[in-house]
Design a protein around this ligand. Structure first.
Ligand code: ZN
Ligand code: ZN
Ligand code: ZN
Ligand code: ZN
Ligand code: ZN
Length: 261
């Protein structure tokens, strides 16, 4: 490793970065790219935080048995190719229809948040052979390149069911708990948390055997977990742009440490 690969972050710099990510996780793109003044930020929080604490929408994409195959989080892509956090997620009353979760991108014709899985990194193809992205973004998602009137695919989710046998469930904390599914220990002030509740929320449902959220995962799970599955909700949105943040002390990163007996 050469010197200068890692940012050196002083403790005051680190807290400034923390404050920035805190701000970003709370505000998202609602400031239209121009940082709020402290006064605007306070007013914004006063407006949205009570909604998030009271009316958080738990959003999951579930199969016919009720398994949450995908928990929708801030970075989850909609059919319209804008992320969940780019859609309206703050409401004064709880909502249950995906048509309420409107895309905030002005020119976008999205008819409400719709999740479509990918096949690895590939967009799915419709029966008409054209990709998800070649279809229009409002329901029933007709193709822009042929006469196909509705996006449909016979791709099977990891759980074994066809994707069109799944549905998007939008529920309140109480409804979700009643269904016996995990809810967060406490509601976060962050924007667009959707169905994410804990350690393993980012793993596909058929592989997610613990009930992340309230209650501790078993020790065996914690010991077996891989780095890629151990993100906390805060890191989901911040790991992309903070290369130095997780390496506060890189001074000792010399080759002499590589020799173990
Ligand atoms: Zn959308
Ligand atoms: Zn959109
Ligand atoms: Zn099609
Ligand atoms: Zn087509
Ligand atoms: Zn599934």
């Amino acid at each position: 490793m050469s010197e200068g690969v890692h940012l050196k972050v002083t403790s005051s710099g680190a807290s400034a970065i923390d404050a920035y990510f805190e701000y970003r996780n709370i505000v998202g793109d609602d400031d239209d790219g121009i940082l709020f003044t402290p006064k605007e930020y306070e007013a914004y929080k006063k407006k949205v935080l009570p909604m998030r604490m009271k009316n958080r929408m738990y959003v999951s994409w579930s199969n016919p048995t009720g398994l949450d195959c995908k928990l929708i989080g801030p970075e989850t892509m909609c059919f319209c190719q804008h992320r969940y956090k780019g859609h309206r997620t703050d409401f004064t009353e709880s909502v249950s229809e995906s048509s309420e979760i409107q895309c905030k991108v002005k020119s976008c014709k999205c008819s409400g948040f719709k999740f479509v899985p990918k096949n690895g990194n590939q967009f799915l193809r419709c029966h008409c052979k054209h990709l998800v992205t070649e279809h229009q973004v409002s329901g029933p998602y007709p193709c822009g390149r042929c006469k196909c009137r509705e996006f449909d695919s016979s791709f099977r989710c990891g759980c074994g069911y066809l994707i069109n046998e799944h549905k998007l469930i939008i529920e309140t904390r109480e409804q979700r708990a009643e269904r016996g599914h995990p809810v967060a220990n406490y509601e976060t002030p962050y924007q667009a948390m959707g169905g994410l509740t804990g350690l393993s929320s980012l793993i596909d449902g058929y592989m997610r055997l613990d009930d992340s959220g309230i209650g501790k995962p078993p020790v065996s799970y914690l010991e077996a977990s891989q780095p890629s599955t151990s993100y906390s909700p805060l890191q989901i949105t911040s790991n992309r742009t903070a290369p130095g943040r997780s390496h506060p002390s890189t001074k000792q990163g010399t080759s002499s440490q590589n020799h173990s007996p």
